[in-house]
Design a protein around this ligand. Structure first.
Ligand SMILES: Cc1cc2nc3c(=O)[nH]c(=O)nc-3n(C[C@H](O)[C@H](O)[C@H](O)COP(=O)(O)OP(=O)(O)OC[C@H]3O[C@@H](n4cnc5c(N)ncnc54)[C@H](O)[C@@H]3O)c2cc1C
Length: 481
């Protein structure tokens, strides 16, 4: 290892390429620790990538992943709730197994019990970890008889206990299509717009962090042990020099790897979700998941609630969220998997309107299969979409963080938003190891983000939603903590 002793943290210049949730969180953690940071984002605002909507606090949306990944996602989600408290919608997730699916609730119970145990241990270690409610209430099961009883009650104005959350669900689901019991688990909502607002406002409060939006990194070279960057900044080309470089470019990370001469294997997947307005909805909903076999016509259906009757829908079929040819891999010549032009056009220009309308309507129809009255919902905006990277070649990997393939170069490889904090912590450790630098405040960032007012976050996140052409209700949430 090439160790450069650095006398003070502020002398070490850190360049971060990519201002998604990974780059923004890493910038926050490093600048808070006293390092001098510059964050380059080619877009107009931070965290402008895929439509993060679910906090995977236990990985319960994924039956196919191993227990170790679920436990990692649980721990990372707890840390995420502490750092980005105002970005979560504190409502549970209901999981139903359709009769048409071969799965069985009892197969899921050992994992849920293990997650509950892990959560209890984390709370026992530190009371501040109790952000998902009481450990013994991490999940609950509901029989058909219980749901039928709940369906007779009026919708509560402000749901508080699990029974309250189940009332609108019990009234609206086609119970004949489901296996019982249903599961209710403390996996909350997470808003991409509110994360963007929190990251923007907190980074602005850190004097040693410069955020450069509209800034696209085009060339990288190494001279005398320093990274030299050529950056297109609003029609000007500028040069920058850094001691330590972080690649946080999400699905485009391979383009930076190619520039620095690394060729790791990775997958890139293009996916989309759809926005609907359900005018007749007069209740506050939890999230509802109907399990299914990914990629088949009976893939998982995910209904994510927002205020004012807006919902986001994922349908894990090739006609809705997934796309034929939408999963691509890198090769031995380039670390950047190549998506077909039709996906790049959707990512960088716009969707053909007829495809957007058709897929959105298919999503509504797909959901109506389980929630019949949802058929009255209308398409309510352009699709929410994006591409994400998965390091390696296992498309089911969900918990990953960062890789150090060269000294003074970190490649962030998160698959889920909640893994960003682990990536930042690993980078801090790597910097300390390489430079012996003394860092301050390494664990004291939560107070900065929590001090930002909920109103300020709501205002800025509404601006982001409007700027990105989405209904501003998507920037708001039904519940706070
Ligand atoms: C449809 C969809 C839904 C999803 N839903 C969820 C969810 O509910 N919950 C969840 O946890 N995760 C979800 N994910 C995954 C999540 O979006 C990713 O984990 C997350 O976005 C990765 O963050 P990132 O910062 O690494 O990458 P990105 O969010 O992709 O950010 C990378 C940034 O780098 C910038 N950039 C790229 N190249 C350059 C360059 N040369 N110069 C400057 N800037 C550059 C880009 O503009 C971009 O802003 C979803 C993904 C998709 C596709």
């Amino acid at each position: 290892m090439n160790t450069k002793p650095i006398s003070s943290a502020s002398n070490l210049r850190i360049g971060i390429i990519g201002g998604g949730i990974a780059g923004s969180t890493i910038a926050l953690k490093l600048a808070n620790a006293g390092l001098t940071v510059q964050l380059f984002e080619q877009g107009v605002s931070l965290v402008n990538g895929p439509p993060i909507c679910h906090l995977h606090a236990g990985g319960n949306l994924y039956r196919e992943i191993d227990q170790a990944q679920c436990i990692t996602l649980l721990r990372q989600s707890i840390d995420t709730l502490k750092l980005y408290r105002h970005s979560a919608d504190y409502r549970p997730t209901v999981i139903a197994i359709p009769k048409r699916d071969p799965g069985n609730v009892h197969e899921l119970l050992p994992r849920l019990e293990r997650l509950q145990h892990e959560y209890a241990q984390l709370v026992a270690q530190c009371e501040s970890n109790k952000v998902l409610g009481e450990p013994e209430e991490y999940f609950a099961l509901y029989t058909r008889q219980q749901l039928e009883r709940l369906a007779t009650l009026p919708n509560p104005k402000t749901p508080e206990i699990k029974d309250d959350w189940l009332i609108p669900v019990a009234k609206s689901l086609d119970l004949d299509k489901l296996k019982f019991p249903l599961i209710v688990v403390q996996e909350y909502g997470l808003s991409v717009f509110r994360l963007a607002a929190t990251a923007t406002l907190s980074l602005a409060a850190l004097e040693n962090c410069t955020v450069s939006t509209h800034s696209s990194v085009k060339k990288i070279s190494k001279k005398d042990g320093h990274w030299q960057l050529t950056v297109d900044c609003q029609q000007q080309t500028k040069q920058f020099e850094f001691d330590y470089l972080i690649n946080a470019c999400g699905y485009q990370s391979g383009t930076i790897d190619d520039l620095v001469g690394d060729i790791p294997q990775r997958l890139v997947e293009f996916k989309a979700a759809y926005v609907a307005h359900w005018a007749q909805c007069d209740a506050i909903w939890p999230e509802v998941i109907f399990y299914g076999q990914r990629g088949t016509p009976n893939g998982m259906a995910q209904l994510t609630p927002y205020p004012d009757g807006y919902f986001q829908i994922h349908g894990m079929t090739q006609d809705i969220t997934l796309f034929e040819g939408g999963l691509v891999k890198s090769d031995s010549n380039s670390a950047q998997p190549r998506l077909a032009a039709k996906f790049i056009d959707k990512l960088t220009k716009q969707w053909p309107p007829e495809i957007a309308e058709q897929r959105s309507q298919l999503a509504i129809d797909f959901m109506s299969n389980f929630v019949p009255s949802f058929s009255s919902a209308d398409v309510a905006g352009k699709p929410l979409f994006g591409a994400q990277q998965i390091p390696g070649n296992n498309p089911h990997l969900r918990a990953a963080d960062v890789c150090f393939s060269q000294d003074y170069y970190a490649r962030c490889e998160i698959v889920k938003a909640s893994s960003a904090i682990d990536a930042a912590n690993a980078i801090i450790e790597n910097i300390i190891q390489l430079t012996n630098v003394q860092l301050c405040n390494v664990n004291a960032l939560n107070s900065l983000t929590q001090a930002i007012s909920d109103n300020d976050i709501s205002r800025l996140s509404s601006d982001f939603a409007a700027q990105r052409n989405y209904p501003i209700s998507l920037a708001h949430r039904n519940t706070k903590n």
